[in-house]
Ligand binder design. Structure first.
Ligand code: ZN
Length: 242
């Protein structure tokens, strides 16, 4: 049994297609999408359709939520605002319907899934350090909480001897006597300095986690972004992974 947990596709079809191929190579049996299908990228309709086909669980991200509103979003920076306004005009009826079906959080056995933080999910808080992770750990009861939102793979652990420590974002065995917050990184716009698409592969029986990094045709995505007039800042950042 092998699960894929992925987040922050952001309308990047080339990254999503590469990741879906990787699912096949790795024998993924179940895929969970934990938010931000759209925003930033040039292929929102295609990404939503593919996410609906690939997954059994689909969660709402802050960009997904903003795209469904008529006004705003003032809380986003100007590049993100421009992308959200463009996405609203680009979205077709089928894609809009898929977006509307997204939920805020989900529990699967001893695994909690939420886009930003289990603490006030609708506030889209960022889990960036031990302090914010500590607050989040108090707001779910399962062993593991998978999140996205920051576009950076990260692991926080609550163990007997320490209320919250950060572990390297690398292969991990989920211990029976510890709890975890695991950020799965971003498929469509990684921001940890590695531009390859990122997602988490998890074996719930062996309690073993690994991060997958998948190269994709970044230039093709950039060309599509240019063609629809998305901000240059968003186009450039794809190749640096920042
Ligand atoms: Zn995002």
């Amino acid at each position: 049994m092998s699960w894929a947990i992925f987040s922050d596709v952001h309308g990047n079809l080339e990254a999503l297609e590469a990741v879906a191929e990787d699912f096949g190579r790795r024998g993924i049996t179940r895929a969970f999408f934990i938010g931000d299908a759209v925003g930033y990228g040039p292929s929102p309709n295609e990404c939503l359709k593919m996410i609906a086909e690939l997954t059994t669980v689909r969660l709402m991200g802050n960009h997904d939520h903003a795209v469904l509103q008529e006004n705003g979003p003032e809380e986003f920076n100007k590049h993100a605002q421009a992308a959200i306004r463009w996405t609203r005009t680009a979205l077709n009826a089928e894609a809009r319907q898929i977006l509307h079906s997204f939920t805020m959080s989900q529990t699967v056995g001893q695994h909690h899934l939420v886009h930003a933080s289990p603490l006030r999910p609708q506030h889209w808080d960022y889990i960036l350090d031990q302090l914010t992770a500590l607050a989040a750990l108090k707001n779910f009861s399962e062993w593991v909480c998978f999140v996205g939102h920051t576009h950076q793979p990260r692991i926080f652990q609550e163990a007997k001897d320490s209320p919250c420590s950060e572990l390297p974002a690398a292969d991990l065995h989920i211990k029976d006597d510890a709890r975890y917050i695991i950020n799965v990184g971003s498929v469509g716009q990684p921001r940890d300095g590695d531009p390859r698409a990122c997602y988490a592969v998890y074996d719930p029986e062996r309690q073993q986690l690994t991060y997958a990094r998948v190269p994709y045709d970044i230039e093709k995505t950039q060309d599509k972004m240019r063609a629809v007039g998305l901000p240059e800042f968003l186009i450039d950042r794809l190749e640096t992974g920042h």
